[in-house]
Ligand binder design. Structure first.
Ligand SMILES: NC(=O)c1ccc[n+]([C@@H]2O[C@H](COP(=O)([O-])OP(=O)(O)OC[C@H]3O[C@@H](n4cnc5c(N)ncnc54)[C@H](O)[C@@H]3O)[C@@H](O)[C@H]2O)c1
Length: 502
């Protein structure tokens, strides 16, 4: 006879935090959101931690190199999607690892025979007023001069004037050699009171610009997540099929952490993939696995060598696994059970295996609840898909800006042909949908607000760190009637249609 659970499985919206005592030093600016990402032994520190407890989902519409740079800048990690060719995914990883914060590859370049008219057209197109002059007009050509708005007067000059006649030549420019650190570059900018510093290699080839105005932006990102060589940390998804080719290519490209991407992690496929990593790389290559929704699944993956375990089946906004196959579990219930299993495993073995809650985050407070219930960090898809930095198109739908967002189980993602049902018969049903989400602007602005809500709630519970929060949190189930009470109620909401009476 089938096993029946005593309790229904529940989602985050069914719970609330009950505040506890907060002392005077319990203020949001004192809260740290640092959290472990990979397993560690009792008394030791994890080799990878994050400064904010969020990662972006392994999805075509969410995590590419642009998103990875933006999120690492804020202290989190993106897992670049694996539903693409190995070469393309490795290229994305390389772009993140080669990205040097503060060193900007120029998008505005001309050659000496171009004219003022060309410069003005370029400025109109890029919106940038600093133009590099290289012998071939490319961003990597031989650097011969620079043009800023101080070099020309449109009202007094013929627009056919050649660039070579009005540019500031290299002999009159302060520049620096490639290899300089950002802080050294900024010192030169300050000492010489200049706005831009060209970086040139030993052969006079142009490498990048460092701008004075970026200095403050860089300083603002106190949470940036960097490796020991000061490069951004980046993750990548892998599957349980081509791992023997894909993982070496990603490792070669410099990936910091991998995660097996699947709706269901309690499988022999995942054990084989984890064994391959341990046999080939020992503990040097970090890899998470999942997804699971119960104690047995967690223990299976922890024993198989996972560095972290991802929790959640069917909770994603674009996921229809529950409807398609009747498989899944309420996200809150899954996190609570797996967190208990993680603590029990830690007691028994002295090894702490972090868990990641994947899916089901609709409101910002759901993130806070997931952490309170024991998640070490959360993976989000829809949340990040809404931002400028996600790879998908921005479109206008019924007069509103939207971003496209599609599931990895949708036909759109699966067009990248890796899926079959394990044999000759192709999977003929979808487990994800193709959709729009409201466009929300820059990642930095949105994440700042979400995390400040989290810090504020932690303070209400008297906690300054995530582990302390998990110890102190008191969580209550709410009745359906009190959920109504929690929203705006018994008032007439004002909207754009409301007109003042003169
Ligand atoms: N988290 C969720 O709730 C959820 C739900 C649905 C889909 N998804 C996403 O959709 C995508 C597809 O998920 P999935 O579970 O279908 O992918 P999957 O690749 O893990 O599994 C697809 C099928 O292939 C089989 N399989 C896996 N490795 C194999 C191997 N080496 N040899 C033979 N057969 C093998 C599996 O048993 C399964 O039947 C993933 O990106 C996943 O994250 C997520």
């Amino acid at each position: 006879m089938a096993y029946y659970y005593d309790e229904p499985s529940r989602t985050f919206s069914e719970y609330l935090l009950v505040p506890g005592y907060s002392s005077a030093d319990c203020i949001p600016s004192n809260v740290t959101l640092k959290t472990p990402v990979v397993k560690f032994k009792k008394g030791e520190n994890p080799e990878i931690s994050m400064n904010v407890p969020v990662v972006s989902a392994i999805m075509q519409s969410v995590s590419n190199d642009t998103m990875a740079i933006a999120l690492a800048r804020e202290g989190g990690i993106s897992f670049i999607y694996c539903s693409q060719s190995i070469e393309r995914q490795a290229e994305m990883i390389k772009r993140v690892k080669n990205y040097k914060a503060g060193f900007v590859s120029s998008d505005s370049n001309v050659h000496p025979d171009n004219t003022l008219a060309d410069v003005l057209a370029l400025k109109e197109k890029t919106g940038h007023s600093t133009v590099a002059v290289t012998d071939d007009g490319t961003p990597t050509g031989k650097f011969v001069g620079i043009i800023t708005s101080r070099d020309y007067r449109v009202s007094r000059m013929d627009t056919e004037t050649k660039v070579s006649e009005f540019m500031t030549p290299l002999s009159k420019i302060i520049y620096a050699e490639d290899g300089i650190t950002l802080s050294e570059a900024n010192d030169i900018i300050w000492d010489h009171k200049i706005n831009v510093l060209p970086i040139i290699d030993g052969n006079q080839q142009f490498v990048s610009f460092v701008f004075r105005k970026d200095y403050d932006a860089h300083k603002v990102n106190v949470n940036e997540l960097l490796d020991s060589s000061k490069r951004y940390i980046v993750g990548a998804g892998v599957n349980t099929r081509d791992y023997e080719e894909r993982i070496p290519a990603l490792v070669e490209a410099g990936v910091d952490i991998l995660c097996i991407d699947s709706s269901e992690g309690f499988t022999e496929w995942q054990k084989r993939t984890l064994s391959y990593v341990r046999e080939t790389y020992g503990d040097k290559v970090k890899i998470g696995a999942g997804n699971v929704v119960d104690r047995d699944g967690f223990r299976f993956l922890a024993d198989a060598g996972a560095d972290f375990v991802k929790v959640g089946i069917g909770g994603g906004a674009i996921c229809i696994t529950r409807e398609a196959k009747g498989i899944g579990r309420g996200q809150a219930t899954a996190v609570i059970e797996v967190a208990r299993a993680r603590d029990e495993y830690f007691e028994e073995t002295g090894v702490y295996v972090p868990i990641c809650s994947d899916g089901g985050i609709v409101q910002d407070y759901h993130l806070t609840l997931a952490l309170a219930m024991g998640a070490d960090f959360c993976m989000l898809g829809r949340y990040f898909a809404r931002f400028d930095e996600s790879p998908s198109n921005k479109v206008i739908v019924n007069g509103n800006y939207m971003k496209e967002y599609w599931g990895e189980g949708s036909a759109r993602a699966r067009n990248w042909q890796r899926y079959d049902s394990g044999g000759a018969a192709k999977l003929s049903f979808e487990e994800g949908v193709d959709s729009y989400v409201p466009y929300a602007g820059r990642l930095h602005d949105n994440l700042k607000i979400s995390l400040s809500k989290m810090k504020s709630a932690m303070c209400n519970c008297g906690a300054l760190t995530i582990p302390e929060f998990q110890q102190k949190a008191r969580i209550t189930l709410v009745s359906s009637v009190s959920i109504v009470e929690g929203g705006a109620h018994d008032v007439v909401l004002k909207d754009q249609q409301t007109r003042a009476v003169e």
